[in-house]
Design a protein around this ligand. Structure first.
Ligand SMILES: Nc1nc2c(ncn2[C@@H]2O[C@H](COP(=O)(O)OP(=O)(O)OP(=O)(O)O)[C@@H](O)[C@H]2O)c(=O)[nH]1
Ligand SMILES: [Zn+2]
Length: 228
């Protein structure tokens, strides 16, 4: 298990992940290696997709992606998740080296059914943070320490992380992981998610440049109900 440096005051929760197996996964852009892990605490399965020589000590181009079934698998335009997943995999394939962690913490950790409940509230005017709070959840319940045993298994010590979320960067740093670089991942800005992205920038601190504030009052345009 990677541990924080002695100067870090933050307590890092102990994660219990068991490596299960790995296999080749041919994708449209490259053939990745898929590594499967079982999370003994949550009972979830987490995945790491790797390409190239990632264990040689050089910082690794990486994406820590939280599950979004609606965006990743069902093409939802409410968020930017599916486009970020594809863009990250393409970037890794282009470099020929990198890792994508696919963490099964759907809906920022509240689960798929509660995310649909939150979307229902958003259809009726709440923003993404208010909806979580009305359901009795914090805005973001994710744990990035899940990555620690996977990083150790893969012999990765330093990341070039593709994200717009400074909380993710800080949480990983506080876990003792070196973040050599943050690489912005700005994709799929569309009429259905522009306000949602605005809320992420205003309330969750995401670094999403050049959002027009006037457009970013979160309301799903009526057509989104037909389209999703
Ligand atoms: N509760 C809730 N979860 C959402 C909503 N929209 C997306 N998600 C979940 O949010 C997670 C993705 O987090 P984001 O906040 O979009 O982005 P991030 O991973 O923090 O930051 P990036 O690295 O820049 O993508 C996934 O688990 C999605 O299922 C929403 O409106 N409500
Ligand atoms: Zn999403």
């Amino acid at each position: 298990m990677l541990s924080p440096t002695p100067s870090d005051a933050v307590a890092v929760p102990e994660e219990k992940l068991e490596f299960v197996s790995s296999c080749k996964l041919p994708m449209p852009w490259a053939t990745f290696e898929l590594h499967a892990f079982y999370d003994q605490i949550s009972g979830k399965e987490h995945l790491a997709l790797t390409l190239g020589d990632i264990g040689n000590g050089e910082p690794v181009l990486s994406r820590v992606h939280s599950e979004c079934l609606t965006g990743d698998a069902l093409f939802s335009q409410r968020c930017d998740c599916g486009a970020q997943l594809e863009a990250a995999l393409k970037k890794i394939a282009k470099e020929g080296r990198g890792v994508l962690f696919y963490l099964r913490q759907e809906g920022r950790g509240i689960g798929l059914l509660n995310k649909v409940r939150a979307y229902h509230l958003q259809d009726h005017g709440a923003d993404t943070v208010e909806a979580n709070e009305r359901l009795g959840f914090a805005a973001d319940l994710r744990r990035y320490t899940i990555c620690l045993p996977m990083l150790e298994h893969l012999h990765i010590t330093s990341l070039r992380l593709m994200t717009n979320n400074p909380r993710k960067v800080n949480a990983l740093k506080e876990s003792g992981i070196e973040i050599a670089e943050r690489i912005p991942l700005i994709v799929n800005r569309n009429p259905f998610n522009i306000a949602y992205l605005g809320t992420k920038a205003r309330k969750l601190g995401h670094l999403i440049p050049a959002l027009d504030k006037a457009e970013t009052v979160e309301k799903v345009p009526p057509a989104a109900h037909d389209n999703e």
